[in-house]
Ligand binder design. Sequence first.
Ligand SMILES: Cc1cc2nc3c(=O)[nH]c(=O)nc-3n(C[C@H](O)[C@H](O)[C@H](O)COP(=O)(O)O)c2cc1C
Length: 173
Amino acid sequence: MTAPIGLFYGSTTGNTESIADLIAENIGFDKIDRIDIAADGLDSISDYQYLILGIPTWDFGELQEDWADLWEIAENANVAGKTCAVFGLGDQIGYGEWFLDAMGLLHNLLKAQGAEMVGYWPIEGYSFDESKALTEDGCQFVGLAIDEDCQHGETFARVEQWSQQVLAEFDML
Ligand SMILES: Cc1cc2nc3c(=O)[nH]c(=O)nc-3n(C[C@H](O)[C@H](O)[C@H](O)COP(=O)(O)O)c2cc1C
């Protein structure tokens, strides 16, 4: 049986996978299925009304490779009417001009299909030059911002807080 929430992620060096595990731990393993898109693709996205999607940014603002491979499928995933939250991984010091850009691209892809987007997150506490993962007013990230390269010490508390926020926005508390 499928859980109510599907968490789909791509991860090249394992950081996004670790955060997926941490989110599942915080949300409750019974409520969430974790799907590594490199192994299982995106076919089961239609099984879930509630979605969490995780993507790191690579190579100066580019999509992570597994997401890049499946991007056309993602564009036609038919998520209209589903409630979705995204999380992204990046490096605000090493790649401060492209911080979390891929999360912004994924958010926009889902929103363009008519998904209800939740899980927005404050920009306070981060330092970067530019990002495509900001809301139009520039005051928030469009999803949870995680930086394992520069702010690993913040990660646990951020994931804990965001998981509760998303559960409330999914109306599951
Ligand atoms: C070659 C390289 C390019 C990167 N490019 C970006 C980038 O453009 N923007 C960004 O925010 N982070 C960038 N990063 C940081 C990664 O997103 C970060 O290390 C992330 O945690 C990797 O996640 P993964 O282990 O799930 O693949 C880059 C890292 C490397 C090694």
